[in-house]
Design a protein around this ligand. Structure first.
Ligand code: PBE
Length: 270
């Protein structure tokens, strides 16, 4: 803790949405006269979780499914109820807010044109097509809720499976180098590239409701910070999040401005 320049250190993962939501928190805390340092795009899920536990950051945006399947997986012993979740989190000195209002789930996607030609509308329709080229974001390749489990659950035969940067996967679909990738359902590219979101007909993916994870000691040290953060509970709809991702990704508006616009329009914070 010693030597921290700011009262609160906010972190985020490497993709646009995480950076925007981290910006929103940062600006909201600043508007409450709290000194904030924003360490954006720190890395992947595991890195952010470790940084939170180590006290290098005080809070970051996370998703319930990611928390349950990937981060806490083994420690929950198959239980997924909110009470168990909060108890196991608090054993780690971590708490979470109520959901912010949107769900950003993984899904498999293809271009609508390719999906139509092959008659594919759901994940199990991929089974008779071993020739399809799959490319998944690097984190998805290795996660507990990612490719290995999905392949097993759906008994998918595809052998040609590449790991790549999430942003590049969309361009791979558009150029025809890839047939199938993992989407994040609030991504701007889903609409932009006219992608078909394949139905998860075996219900493999959980909900990924956005929340903030924060250190329990933050709540004790700076209750005003927590009160400010909690103003975001239930306030970011799926539509609002998709619009913000679109502004940033396709409109090239800096995340900082996108976040400021949200706070001004939806929370009346100038
Ligand atoms: N996501 C979508 C989540 C999981 C699903 C990639 C934004 C994440 O864990 O970062």
């Amino acid at each position: 803790e010693a030597g921290k320049a700011a009262d609160v250190v906010v972190g985020s993962k490497e993709f646009t949405e995480s950076v925007i939501v981290g910006e929103i928190a940062t600006q909201l805390l600043k508007s409450a006269a709290i000194e904030v340092q924003y360490r954006k795009q720190l890395g992947g899920t595991r890195f952010l979780w470790q940084a939170l536990i180590a006290g290098e950051i005080d809070l970051y945006p996370e998703y319930t499914g990611t928390l349950i399947e990937e981060i806490l997986g083994g420690r929950l012993h198959g239980k997924r109820d909110p009470e168990t979740l909060r108890r196991v989190l608090s054993e780690q000195g971590v708490r979470m807010t109520e959901p912010l209002g949107f769900n950003n789930t993984y899904a498999l996607g293809m271009t609508a044109a390719r999906a139509d030609r092959l008659g594919i509308s759901k994940i199990s329709d991929l089974r008779p097509h071993p020739e399809l080229k799959f490319g998944f974001s690097n984190e998805f390749m290795a996660r507990a809720d990612g490719w290995p489990g999905l392949r097993q659950a759906y008994r998918l035969p595809q052998q040609e499976v590449a790991g790549l940067d999430h942003g590049l996967a969309y361009r791979g679909l558009a150029s025809g180098r890839l047939d199938v990738t993992d989407l994040y359902t609030t991504d701007a590219e889903v609409d932009y590239y006219s992608l078909r979101v394949l139905e998860d007909d075996q219900g493999y993916f959980p909900d990924y409701r956005a929340v903030f994870l924060y250190r329990a000691d933050l709540a004790e040290r700076l209750p005003a910070a927590l009160a400010a953060l909690r103003r975001l509970e239930g306030r970011i709809s799926e539509q609002a999040m998709i619009e913000m991702n679109t502004e940033a990704k396709l409109g090239k508006v800096p995340e900082r401005e996108v976040a400021a616009g949200f706070l001004r329009k939806r929370l009346g914070i100038a």
